[in-house]
Design a binder for this molecule. Sequence first.
Ligand SMILES: [Fe+2]
Length: 482
Amino acid sequence: MPIHNTSNNDSMGETKIIQRFAEVGYQIHPDAVAMIEEYGAPDELIQNILASLNGSVLVVKPEHIKSRLPQPTYDVKVLSDTAPSTCVGNYEEFVGYFRDRYAKLSEILRGRISARPIESINLMERGREDVTVMGMVSTIRDTSSGHRLMELEDPTGTIPILFPNHKDVFDLSHRIFLDEVIGITGTLTNDGLLIANRIVWPDIPLKKNKQSKPKRNGEACYAVLISDTHVGSKTFLEDAWHQFIKWLNAAIGDDNQKALAKHVKYLIIAGDLVDGIGVYPNQEKELAISDIYEQYRAAATLLREVPPHIKIIISPGNHDAVRQAEPQPPLPKEITSTFPPNTTFVGNPSLVELNGALILIYHGRSLDDLIAALPGASYREPEKAMVEMLKRRHLAPTYGGKTTIIPGGTDHLIIDPVPDVLHCGHIHTVGISKYRGVTLVNSGTWQSQTEFQKSINLEPVPGRASLLDLNTMETSILKFYT
Ligand SMILES: [Fe+2]
């Protein structure tokens, strides 16, 4: 995912800001320094602040400079999105897609391990220890003797890798997915088999994301994250939705809740805005609105009640009227034209910058595949499967399964840059977590249990909205349905 460079090169840096204030006899509080730095510390701004002080304070604090800072605009900056694809799914496109996936993920892995090309391993002296390779997992299976055998492929060749069942790495090997790019360190046998000692995933860095710059201008700023509204379904929870809208308009709740609502600047909907048609067998029996365009018109009517100063961001899901294969483009013009003007339509996945924070929005179709494949994973804890996406730096590590991917030349599902927040939906349960400084939110649904969900034993968590503080990236869950 390409990203514009959002950092400001004109920054004078902390020391210079402190110096400029000291020169005219002021001390400055570190929070105030940080606020000035966030605006790139232009001379004009500093002079303006100094002129406003009039010698009235000794230590310059945030409250002294707040009114002099440029007023935030709360734009939606779309950093990466999905263009309509011209892909036809031929052999060359598949090869190009996997080459791109390998190139990007191996580049990330190179920051963690130093691997040799597989071709050179095959020519190496046998019996060597600590041999490191990296590649894409082309096969993985249990052997008849109870071990696990994998084949790893890089552009130079393939190598068989064994995870012996008496080693710790054996359990971990059950978390390896087909088509993901990983590193292995092990011992080379005389037969050219690599006995694994260690598995390395691309993962995200331990250190804080440098590309994001959440603005701390002293103003509270919230985004509300929801998904899977399923408008048009008989099970759409209209009453709960209206309670939610009332709260957004600061018309219900205690003083604190009303105050929070007044600071909501964004509403993000991570797919399945409507229930769609023909998505699963006998769906028509569960529809209150059987025409897809009518479903979107109803959704547009509901969203017109969101206060117009709140920017609405909508990305599609597998129930929406765009192609099912990912990445999905934004909803088409014939649908979006009926929505209020404060709405931005983005693809699935998409990366947006809100108040300086990077939010990666992905509906989450691959969660079905991840939960099915991961030992101990469950629909009740979507956030645990979302962590696995970050570890793999990929939103849909396994090609195929329930997640269909368009094999264009670029892999749009790679997680790069590392976002501040990963927002998913799809599985209709709520989960919030943090992993290495990244906030993970799965935002539930606005639909009660459907017959189909009953048949697959899926217990949804409806009528919840996740309130994300865009200054701290902390999240809380608001309940509009019990
Ligand atoms: Fe859904």
